[in-house]
Design a protein around this ligand. Structure first.
Ligand SMILES: [Zn+2]
Length: 242
């Protein structure tokens, strides 16, 4: 791999010459804002949770064991102090400059919007939207969940459920369709904080017919054969230097 400085110069050239950038982001974008990937730390949970994160964050578990679901969810998935990092901020800037079409993210933390991004396609939903399962009333933000002593409930008595795609639930078809359309229109695809080779990035990248693929990811970098440019540095650093 070329030296960081040389790759950065190439990345700057690509960004300068692109008009329709699409960014696809995974958990690594959020970890640099202090939000750990709940899936990658099974070992830690064994001490205080009887089930794996994948079991707890599933649709059937939510309805069967709502109280335990929320104990985990509040503890491991809501981060009140998290703030956008230089990657979020630079992506919002590229959109404002008319160079970026869309941010497609697997993250649920709202940090792209907090940085100022408008067209954010949230494949896995958002912890900032919640709905009563009985009357449909919407609750914005995470305080309604954090402030509830046990299971958060609506005034009507119904259980409030976050608008997050749980295991056993399909991705929202409209978001998936918009993501595919954005990738089809892109001249440059930047994949950050996830590998190009894992689901769903691997499938979505097949819709890309543009010029440049740039991957910024700390692991699994050797397998990214379609990528023109690879970074294994921190994503916040690379976007901060762009
Ligand atoms: Zn209700």
């Amino acid at each position: 791999m070329e030296k960081y400085h040389e790759r950065l110069v190439k990345f700057k050239e690509i960004a300068a010459n692109s008009e329709n950038i699409v960014f696809f982001g995974g958990a690594g974008v959020s970890t640099e804002s202090g939000i750990p990937d709940f899936r990658s730390q099974d070992g830690l949970y064994n001490q205080s949770y009887k089930h794996s994160p994948e079991t707890i964050i599933s649709k059937s578990f939510f309805y069967r064991n709502t109280s335990e679901f929320y104990r985990f969810y509040k503890d491991k998935m809501l981060y009140k102090g998290a703030r956008p990092n230089p990657a979020h901020i630079k992506l919002a800037e590229l959109e404002r400059d008319g160079k970026l079409l869309a941010v497609i993210t697997q993250n649920i933390d709202n940090l792209h919007q907090e940085a100022g991004s408008k067209n954010v396609l949230e494949l896995h939903g958002s912890v900032h939207r919640n709905f009563c399962q009985d009357c449909g009333r919407a609750f914005a933000g995470i305080d309604v969940i954090l402030d509830a002593e046990d299971v958060p409930r609506c005034a009507c008595g119904g259980i409030i459920k976050p608008d997050v795609v749980l295991y056993e639930e399909p991705l929202a078809p409209d978001i998936l369709e918009k993501s595919i359309k954005a990738i089809e229109q892109a001249d440059t695809l930047i994949i950050g904080g996830t590998s190009l080779v894992v689901y769903p990035a691997a499938g979505l990248v097949n819709y890309f017919h543009g010029k440049h693929i740039v991957v910024i990811n700390k692991a699994q970098i050797s397998a990214n054969s379609r990528a023109e440019l690879l970074f294994d540095e921190n994503i916040g650093k690379v976007f901060g230097d762009l």
